[in-house]
Design a protein around this ligand. Structure first.
Ligand code: SF4
Length: 387
């Protein structure tokens, strides 16, 4: 198989694929290496990256010395990593050090089971081990810590500052790539089961997934297909790498095409605060409109004079699932004034009604919530009713 027919994948690259634009900028346009962090900006991410580096050299030192822990070695490692960087603010030194020290004290290494630390593994298309930077690499990954328990079980620990949800981790390619790499390693042929443990440095919480060697090896076709799919997209000059907001945004330092369209992107604490403030203002507005609507409607069956005649608010099947809060939301989305709706703007009602029916049909949802219909009460000189 020629190299051009597949694209090298790794846990980092798989994560990058969540946003096409980010992936393209990072791996196809600008940077080629997994070693670069791609312009980490948030403080929490900088701390996470620092913690990771300290744990890497600390664990390696303990592995060499066959020790379970050593606070002096930890301090040396911490200082060395801190001195190499100039992004973290100095006043945070003690806070970060104390937090990480507490983590390592609570999680001593077991020198009898620890097998590898920061183990880089890379395989070519024939699943042969190749150098990390080789052009033949099909799949690769760095395993933070591997313990071998009972001679046949590998426990692969992946340190994380933030721990994503269990379901996200369960379905992530990372959870498949680690055991697959290890299961393919000739020198680890004796391993029969694999645990992938995601361990939060911040909270000390762990999430564990287990698989047998047969299961680990069965991920091969899925990973090969992924690699080929990505290669096909890379080779297609017309393929559009679309931006998609999500977990990559905090790492992303590229110009985001979505910002031109007013899509809110949360990349750091400042963005999050701005969005939260706007959301709070929106919720207050919704609450105000709901109150206004409530005061117009009264309760079902009541007669209401809204200035354009007397109307009765009745339950109806006309607007399936239409609740007061949905009325407000849809009015906001459609740019309709809620007061006009209440004055029985028939066109507006029809428009809303058809949109709502469509949404309900598409979503396949039937609700049993209170349904509303506005009926014009017979007023002198006017026959019939409006709804
Ligand atoms: S900010 Fe987010 S959505 Fe925009 S390009 Fe970066 S990762 Fe993609």
């Amino acid at each position: 198989m020629s190299v051009a027919e597949f694209f090298p994948i790794s846990p980092t690259r798989c994560r990058a694929l969540h946003c096409g634009h980010y992936f393209q900028q990072r791996y196809l346009t600008e940077k080629k290496s997994d070693e670069t962090e791609g312009g980490t900006r948030s403080l929490a991410l900088l701390i996470g990256s620092h913690e990771h580096k300290v744990l890497e050299i600390y664990t390696k030192s303990l592995l060499e010395a066959k020790q379970s822990g050593d606070s002096e070695v930890f301090d040396l490692c911490f200082k060395a990593v801190w001195n190499e960087q100039d992004l973290l603010p100095e006043p945070l030194y003690e806070q970060v050090r104390t937090g990480l020290l507490s983590f390592v004290e609570n999680n001593p290494i077991d020198p009898d089971t620890l097998w590898r630390a920061e183990e880089k593994m890379s395989l070519d298309w024939d699943l042969k081990v190749v150098p990390w930077e080789s052009e033949e690499v099909f799949i690769r990954g760095i395993l933070d810590k591997v313990d071998v328990v009972g001679g046949v079980k590998a426990v692969i620990t992946d340190y994380k500052h933030f721990l994503p949800s269990e379901s996200k981790l369960r379905h992530s390619y990372q959870t498949k790539i680690y055991p697959f790499l290890l299961a393919c390693l000739p020198e680890a042929h004796y391993l029969e089961t694999f645990d992938v443990v995601y361990h939060s440095i911040q909270t000390n919480r762990k999430v564990r997934f287990s698989c047998t060697k047969t299961e680990a090896l069965s991920y091969e076709s899925q990973l090969r297909h992924l690699s080929k799919r990505v290669a096909r997209k890379v080779a297609n000059p017309d393929y559009v790498w679309k931006a998609f907001p999500g977990e990559n945004c905090p790492y992303c330092s590229f110009v985001c095409p979505l910002m031109e369209h007013g899509v809110p992107i949360i990349r750091n604490l400042e963005d999050a605060t701005t969005q939260a403030t706007q959301l709070y203002a929106y919720e207050r507005e919704v609450s105000r409109l709901r109150q206004t609507l409530g005061s117009y409607l009264g309760s079902t069956g009541e007669k209401t004079d809204i200035g354009a005649g007397v109307y009765i608010v009745n339950e109806s099947t006309f607007f399936k699932g239409l609740r007061a809060d949905r009325v407000i939301e849809i009015c906001k989305e459609e740019g309709l004034e809620i007061n006009k709706l209440l004055k029985i703007n028939t066109d507006a009602l029809k428009k809303i009604g058809s949109k709502l029916k469509k949404r309900i049909t598409e979503g396949g949802v039937e609700t049993t919530v209170k349904r509303l219909k506005f009926e014009k009460k017979n007023v002198e000189g006017e026959g019939g009713e409006e709804s």
